[in-house]
Design a protein around this ligand. Structure first.
Ligand code: URP
Ligand code: ZN
Ligand code: ZN
Length: 463
């Protein structure tokens, strides 16, 4: 007997629709959408007064990422549990190739980390750090296995950085095989020189992380990434875009018809440079790359989201505890592990800053938190929308309820919040992953191991 669930009386919102209807879920997918559905069901969920949204997709997380002698504090179990609380039903995490490893070995390691641990579905991108010509063809096999996007770094010389020729060749290979290059765009070589100089001048406090990574160093990387993609005649996706200088590069390219895509993150929309001026070592909580920028950049980024020069809001969730992990850089900002927590609060933050504060429509909210990531990363229409045949990944969201974000109540395995005390309107109440309730009126009722690996299709360009 198939399992049936009905979601009744909700306001269904997708990237293009907005109407009241009932949903019938059968065996994990949406079987019927109608004005009123009255059939025998195992469970009926009343969504009256609430929005019924496609589950959030966060295409940028780093569970257990090894960095700077430690590892991100959330693993696939704790991180996906927290994601579900916030209405995210799919993550795409970054597997990492260590130097000397084959691409297959790297992906196999990530499968081991995630397999049987997650309460929501997940996919992988692959960070490539070592791709001589002889290894480039392995990218095809990755794409065949559903790992159809690759992150390359222009930053962190000696660790992650790959040179321009390698980027160009990887872009060619990805483009010819339906893959997509995600670019960490920063001029890391110049940044390293600025960092070394700061340290010799005795500038060791956390704020120097921001002061040694100028916006122009990011914008130069964005410009170069797009130029290389144009030469390779392929698309490019800029990750964690933080500032107006970089956005101008993306906008200029898109205005010329170049298939350049970009995401920003809540930390760049809601936080500003002043976080680094807090007393003592507090600023270490916000040491992430790129750093948090001057406040005036925020409205520019919102404008980028409004005008589709930015297509996605991801989190770059990469938590390190303040105690013991961030403290590795107590006497030297360059030793503070880079990254911050965020996977849990993306939907509420973007709803609050975007829809509740009148910057974007509800449809656009769905598009930038779910649909566009599904389109760009080969998951649509299985994920990213509410339609007959799509996975029943649903968020039942109260647009009126408010909550206060705090480390005391969040579910991420990290001892601080970047948004401590922030009051937001718009709360995830109930979450379904392939028809199974994972969060029920705010309570976790999910199951470790429910989540499946998503073998993603080829990258598709939404323009
Ligand atoms: O500081 C950050 N963003 N840490 C995670 C790694 C990356 O570059 O995305
Ligand atoms: Zn990055
Ligand atoms: Zn990242």
């Amino acid at each position: 007997m198939s399992k049936k669930t009905i979601v009744k009386n909700g306001r269904i919102v997708t990237a293009v629709d907005d109407y009241h209807a009932d949903l019938l879920i059968e065996d994990g997918t949406i079987a019927m959408i109608a004005r009123s559905i009255d059939v025998d069901a195992d469970r009926v969920i009343d969504a009256k007064g609430r929005l019924v949204l496609p589950g959030g997709i966060d295409p940028h997380t780093h569970m257990e990422l090894p960095f700077g002698g430690t590892s991100a504090s959330d693993d696939f179990e704790t991180g996906t549990h927290a994601a579900a609380h916030g209405g995210t039903t799919t993550i795409i995490d970054f597997a990492v190739q260590s130097k000397g490893q084959t691409l297959q070995e790297a992906v196999d390691v990530w499968h081991k980390k995630a397999d049987g641990k997650t309460s929501i579905d997940y996919g992988f991108h692959l960070i490539c750090t070592d791709i001589p010509d002889s290894r480039l063809p392995e990218m095809r096999s990755m794409i065949d296995q559903g790992v159809s996007s690759f992150k390359l770094f222009m930053a962190y010389p000696g660790v992650f950085l790959v040179d321009d020729a390698t980027i160009y060749k990887a872009m060619l290979m990805a483009g010819e095989n339906g893959g997509l290059i995600c670019m960490h765009a920063e001029n890391g070589v110049v940044i390293d020189a600025i960092v070394k100089r700061a340290l010799t001048e005795g500038k060791t406090a956390p704020k120097y992380h921001a002061l040694t990574r100028p916006t122009k160093a990011e914008a130069e990387g964005v410009h170069r990434a797009i130029a290389l993609a144009e030469i390779a005649n392929t698309a490019v996706y800029i990750v964690h875009l933080s500032c107006n200088d970089s956005l101008e590069e993306v906008t200029r390219a898109r205005d010329m018809g170049v298939p350049a895509y970009a995401e920003t993150c809540p930390q760049y929309l809601f936080l500003d440079y002043s976080v680094y001026e807090q007393p003592g070592f507090e600023g270490a909580k916000y040491v992430m790359t790129p750093p948090i920028r001057e406040k005036w950049n925020q409205e520019k980024l919102w404008r980028g989201l409004q005008f589709n020069d930015l297509q996605v809001v991801s989190t770059d969730h990469c938590p390190f505890c303040f105690k013991e992990q961030k403290e590795l850089g107590l006497n030297d900002f360059s030793k503070i592990p880079n990254g911050g927590p965020g996977v849990e609060h993306r939907m509420s933050l973007v709803y609050n800053g975007g829809v509740a504060q009148g910057r974007i429509s509800l449809n656009r909210f769905v598009e930038i938190t779910s649909t566009n990531a599904a389109r760009i990363f080969g998951l649509f229409p299985k994920k990213g929308t509410i339609a007959v045949g799509s996975d029943a990944d649903l968020v039942i969201f109260d647009p009126e309820e408010e909550m206060t974000i705090s480390a005391a109540t969040h579910h991420m395995r990290v001892d601080y919040s970047c948004y401590e005390g922030m009051r937001v309107k718009g709360v995830t109440k109930t979450v379904l992953s392939r028809g199974d309730v994972v969060i029920d009126e705010g309570e976790y009722v999910g199951r470790k191991g429910h989540g499946s690996f998503l073998k993603r299709g080829l990258a598709f360009s939404p323009r």
